[in-house]
Design a protein around this ligand. Structure first.
Ligand code: AQP
Length: 344
């Protein structure tokens, strides 16, 4: 699925981001940058998914400030809240209502296959919350509550979108209207750009993540010029010059990651960047990557700081988003409840 094909048949996108800490370059390149470029071609709904955040323990005061920070980061990155809908998930109660109905559609076997739960629960599986296990069902409700046709996400969320499709199909088979039509069409993942999975700066085989213990593993959207520069300087690499071919690059995960980041930040193809830097060492490449990262992220972090001076204004923006989201969600949930056989 390309941006061009969406332009020809625009429907609606939904995507969310968790307020679980500082947003990082992976969230920006894998999700938000694509939201910004899609929003003028297709009606867009973006959510700060606070209900997902509490699937792991959160400090209430920190959660509240994270919701403000993530909202500010999304707006500072270029999401236009006049034309797109931006709201926090818990303010639209229809998400949890639909999630319950989907709990009674989704099969345990389907959830048992979800790799993200296995990674996040780790060895402490018995102590993980039911919410962490159930997370993909809520995510299916987030998407289908708005009958979204496309979901722009990073590569790590592909399996969850497949589950949303399975839930939609199962619901369609279980509940038919008089005309025997499918109620939901199946949402498509939109995994765009060259940085669909930005990797840790300390380990090119691990995803860059908010919850990594090492702050040096990620570039936060709030990092200063010096922090960005130090993190890229210290990013793990090898001592060989950059190769000529993509096949060779693919055998060097840390080098591939940095080249992909450069390509995504400059909106170019990985192959063109490799052509530009092949034969050069990291001492030549890294300073240029630092310049590009600082030039891209500095305006975002300075606008974020500006927006965060007035959190009441952020609350107002979220409130407007909540109302717009509810206007779409309420009638869809009402139809779902009718199909299920509830009286409402
Ligand atoms: N490393 C990444 N590369 C590309 N895309 C990424 N995304 C996350 N990490 C990367 C995309 O960002 C969007 C929002 O993700 P999220 O914050 O809701 O959850 P996550 O995927 O669990 O992100 P983190 O940073 O790893 O958070 P924690 O540490 O809290 O679990 C999604 O579209 C995701 O694909």
């Amino acid at each position: 699925m390309t941006k061009e094909s969406i332009k020809q048949n625009p429907q609606r996108i939904f995507s969310g981001i968790q307020p679980t800490g500082n947003l990082h370059l992976g969230n920006y390149l894998g999700a938000i940058k694509n939201w910004v470029s899609l929003q003028s071609d297709i009606p867009s709904i973006f959510s700060i998914v606070d209900l997902h955040a509490i699937t792991v323990p959160q400090d209430p005061a920190k959660l509240r400030s994270s919701i403000h920070e993530v909202t500010a980061a999304i707006i500072a990155s270029g999401v236009d809240v006049k034309n797109s809908i931006l709201f926090n998930q818990s303010s639209v109660k229809e998400h949890t209502e639909l999630a319950w109905i989907f709990n009674c559609v989704c099969r345990i076997g389907w959830l048992n296959r979800m790799t993200q739960f296995k990674e996040k629960a780790g060895k402490n599986r018995e102590k993980a919350t039911v919410g962490l296990y159930n997370y993909p069902v809520l995510m299916a409700a987030d998407i289908l509550l708005y009958k979204a046709s496309h979901v722009p996400v990073g590569d790590d969320q592909k399996q969850h979108i497949e589950l949303a499709r399975d839930i939609a199909s199962a619901f369609n088979n279980m509940f038919k209207n008089e005309k025997q039509e499918d109620f939901f069409s199946l949402p498509e993942p939109l995994i765009l750009g060259t940085a669909t999975r930005v990797m840790s700066l300390r380990d090119g085989t691990k995803k860059m993540s908010k919850s990594d213990d090492s702050d040096a593993s990620r570039i936060n959207l709030t990092d200063t010029r010096d922090q960005i520069s130090n993190k890229i300087k210290k990013a793990k690499t090898d001592s060989n010059p950059l190769p000529e071919t993509l096949d060779e690059l693919k055998t060097r995960p840390e080098a591939l990651n940095l080249i992909n980041i450069y390509a995504a930040l400059s909106s170019q193809k990985t192959s063109s960047i490799l052509e530009q830097f092949s034969g050069k060492g990291f001492s030549y490449f890294k300073p240029q990557l630092i310049e590009l990262a600082v030039d891209t992220l500095s305006p975002i972090s300075s606008e974020m700081r500006n927006l965060l001076k007035d959190t009441k204004e952020i609350d107002k923006i979220l409130k407007i988003g909540q109302e717009k989201a509810k206007n779409i969600a309420e009638p869809i949930l009402k139809d779902v409840k009718n199909l299920v056989g509830f009286i409402n």
